[in-house]
Write a protein that binds this ligand. Structure first.
Ligand code: ADP
Length: 263
């Protein structure tokens, strides 16, 4: 039996095709978010990768900010629940999840059995989200994918004082014009994001194992800065950005089992 989990985020669309609730047949991330062709593109991509037709999907379930825009989905589930489900599949010992996406950041606290106990979300302000990093990468003329590596070359601590993205952008420009090293500025940007998001994590309570999900977890500079702020080691699964889509595919499998048992 094949299930599809599709996560239509603010910035990217992700899809996972799962066989029998355990084997990943195909997975894909497309850098187009809600309100674009992202969902359709990522859907077509995974079908092609797995060599199947839409009719062969037994249950499709969507999540993410744009989850109601995917018509093939039989059900929609919030990204908080889907991230918790996906991360526990990847890291069964996870108790605290920090998810930083394109336009929001969340901290989730899980019970030992994986049940969601509490969460804190920031979706009101770009600071402490991927958007903040995307804006800064553009100002510094670097790729967001390279920020982690570049920050490793930092030799001096720089503090970015403004939390507001617009003011922080001006501050970064002024640091550049006073000839500060790009590596030091990026490390300062990472520290600023980590300070903000760690506040959310501390509010839900940090319990090991701590895991990061979302696209920003792919930035090792952010992960290091977060570890420093919260004083815990952080695990980052390879498929951190696909956690929501994977969770959706797993929930779809649960729905199929329920239907089977009811019938
Ligand atoms: P959403 O689900 O809200 O659309 P994602 O969880 O896909 O967002 O995260 C998107 C963000 O992840 C981007 O804004 C970008 O800052 C960051 N990102 C994506 N890929 C990478 C990468 N390879 N390295 C570092 N950061 C990345």
């Amino acid at each position: 039996m094949i299930t599809l989990g599709i996560d239509i985020g603010s910035t990217t669309s992700k899809a996972v095709l799962l066989e029998d609730g355990e084997k990943i047949l195909a997975k894909k991330i497309v850098p187009l978010g809600t309100g674009t062709t992202g969902a359709q593109t990522v859907f077509e991509n995974v079908l092609e990768m797995a060599g199947i037709t839409p009719e062969q999907i037994d249950y499709a379930l969507s999540t993410g900010y744009g989850r109601y825009s995917f018509e093939l989905a039989k059900r929609q589930i919030s990204e908080v629940s889907c991230h918790a489900k996906g991360i526990r599949f990847l890291v069964p010992t996870a108790r605290t999840i920090v998810d930083i996406g394109g336009q929001d950041a969340k901290a989730l606290s899980l019970a030992p059995n994986g049940a969601l106990m509490n969460f804190v979300m920031n979706d009101k302000c770009a600071a402490g989200t991927g958007r903040f990093l995307d804006v800064m990468a553009r100002v510094l003329d670097v790729k967001v994918e390279d920020m982690g590596d570049i920050s490793e070359l930092s030799t001096k601590e720089i503090t970015i004082n403004n939390t507001c993205t617009v003011f922080a952008e001006s501050e970064v420009i002024s640091r550049l014009s006073s000839n500060e090293k790009i590596a030091d500025i990026i490390a300062g940007i990472h520290a600023s994001v980590a300070k903000r998001v760690s506040g959310q994590a501390l509010r839900v309570g940090v319990v090991d194992d701590v895991v990061m999900s979302g696209g920003v977890a792919r930035n090792k500079g952010i992960v290091r800065a977060m570890e420093k702020e919260i004083g815990h080691k952080i695990t980052v699964p390879e498929d951190c950005q696909l956690a929501g889509a994977l969770g959706a595919a797993l929930f779809a499998w649960d729905e199929l089992l329920k239907e089977k048992n009811a019938g």
